[in-house]
Write a protein of this length. Structure first.
Length: 504
């Protein structure tokens, strides 16, 4: 079923000329960076390169002092940093000999992600809002509770009066993730009591952001396209009753419209990205900030900054580039010998970006399987066949099937590897017509409900500021302070001339 395109087209209207928004633009600072304006003379070497003599710590010292580098145990498992009832990311079992690989599962408030996604699919409805309610409240909603939750989200879809007059001037950026962070912080200014941390205010802010962030991100993306095409930015009016997925597609796809099936696939992606435990980098960032008692806008904006990183949410972009590269070098994905040979070249650092990394393969927790990858693979296959992109899908499948063994052979490691959700996520977004710059923002929008649950657990459960310790390995060999006049290679400055006295 296709959304009524004629009706959608009729309701579109230019609301902001493209020249009036600076979203996704690069603004050049006429004052260059100090390394340019002042140059890189030898006298600046200590400033710019002194860290090399002190910051590089001998890896053996971590073991000597019993420090868990990256908050990881020697067997790769995570250091326990707290207790949570929000989520369990299961990927291995702890045995007498250490970590034992196991099939992956993702439990949200005790419910398997497969069951949650499957229930929504079997009933032909959207599931993200139900999942968000579950994460925030701790229980599955009744029909009445879910309808009330959706009504509350609808009530906050519209941006504050005056917001768009400020928003464009504060969003100059080459990254929508950066735009989303500043847009979140800007909403702080429109909150009558932004620093309140009582439960009612926390839920109100969460509902507001769930309502507004999809539209803000989509507007930023549409503004970028409008500027690139020298056209006017057209944004559809708010339509009550739409799901999160439909709201995103309604702005991004414009008068072209979208099918319900496409919206359901995006809804599934939102569900898969909604929550993934308290130890992932962005959620832990949110918990650290929340433990200080800071406002919700600051905590969620910081989490977005973490998610942007290429080692976290930004990884899906590299996956797409890698798949393009494989498709360019292997004509037939069913040619196992050719696929294995090229994957081996990537793993050896002889192909693609030279890093030796197989993006989308391997995970910090999952060993034998990532349940999210297994779910999205089914949707990706069906959509790829419909879109005429079966060859690319089969290339991704071949990477998933062959890469773990090839990487282990090339690197000489026995660590179990499996495909993670990023291997398929970017491909699905591409098929939905979602531009690359929106892939990670959609991840952030989906993950918001998980951040909310963990923030509230930190505020009302743990209730203690997070403050781990760091070991100082040179504590017994502290340097002796040397007066500036006695420091080697230094010339005292010439005395400044005395100021001339003005005659009275």
């Amino acid at each position: 079923m296709t959304v009524n395109k004629e009706s959608l087209t009729a309701h579109y209207r230019p609301v902001i000329p493209s020249a009036s928004t600076s979203a996704m633009l690069h603004v050049t600072d006429v004052r260059p960076m100090p390394s340019v304006s002042c140059g890189r003379e030898p006298v600046s070497d200590a400033l710019y390169e002194g860290f090399r003599n002190i910051d590089a710590v001998d890896p053996a010292l971590y073991e000597h002092y019993g420090v868990k580098r990256g908050l990881r145990n020697p067997d790769g498992s995570g250091v326990v940093a707290g207790l949570t009832t929000v989520c369990d990311v299961h990927g291995y079992r702890k045995g007498p000999d250490g970590v034992e690989p196991d099939e992956g599962d993702l439990l949200l408030r005790g419910y398997s992600i497969g069951d949650l996604v499957g229930a929504a699919a079997s009933e032909g409805r959207f599931g993200y809002e139900e999942l968000a309610f579950l994460l925030i409240s701790g229980q599955l909603p009744t029909y009445a509770q879910l309808a009330d939750f959706n009504d509350r989200i609808d009530s906050r879809r519209a941006l504050p009066v005056g917001y768009l007059s400020l928003f464009p001037r504060t969003t100059a950026s080459t990254s929508i993730m950066n735009v989303l962070q500043r847009a979140t912080l800007l909403l702080y200014a429109f909150d009558d009591d932004p620093d309140a941390t009582d439960p009612q205010h926390e839920v109100d802010v969460a509902v507001s952001l769930l309502a507004r962030l999809p539209r803000i991100a989509a507007i930023a993306s549409a503004a970028y396209s409008a500027e690139a095409n020298q056209s006017e930015l057209s944004i559809p009016p708010i339509e009550p009753g739409l799901s999160m997925a439909e709201t995103i597609l309604r702005v991004l796809r414009g008068p072209e419209g979208y099918t319900r099936e496409e919206a359901r696939v995006l809804d599934t992606m939102l569900m898969l990205h909604a929550e993934h435990g308290g130890g992932n980098n962005s959620t832990f960032t949110c918990r650290v900030l929340s433990s200080s008692g800071t406002d919700p806008y600051s905590a969620y904006a910081a989490a977005m900054g973490s998610l942007k990183g290429p080692k976290h949410g930004g990884a899906n972009f590299k996956v797409g580039q890698m798949i393009d590269d494989v498709c360019d070098h292997v004509a037939d994905p069913s040619d196992t010998e050719a696929m294995e040979a090229y994957i081996a070249k990537i793993a050896a650092g002889e192909a693609f970006d030279g890093t030796g990394l197989l993006y989308g393969i391997g995970h910090a927790v999952y060993t034998l399987s990532d349940p999210r990858a297994a779910i999205i693979r089914r949707y990706a296959g069906a959509l790829a066949e419909h879109k005429g992109l079966s060859r690319r899908f089969h290339t991704i499948e071949a990477i998933e099937d062959l890469a773990p063994a090839v990487v282990s052979r090339v690197r000489g490691t026995s660590k179990p590897l499996c495909a993670n959700v990023d291997l398929y996520a970017g491909f699905v977004y591409d098929m939905l017509g979602i531009p690359a710059e929106m892939h990670t923002p959609i991840f952030a929008i989906a993950r918001l409900s998980g951040w909310v649950a963990h923030r509230m657990e930190e505020l009302y459960g743990a209730g203690r500021i997070i403050r781990p310790a760091y070991v100082v390995p040179w504590a017994s060999t502290c340097p002796v302070y040397v007066p500036i006049a006695d420091r080697a290679g230094d010339e005292p400055p010439l005395p400044a001339p005395l100021a001339q006295s003005s005659p009275h």
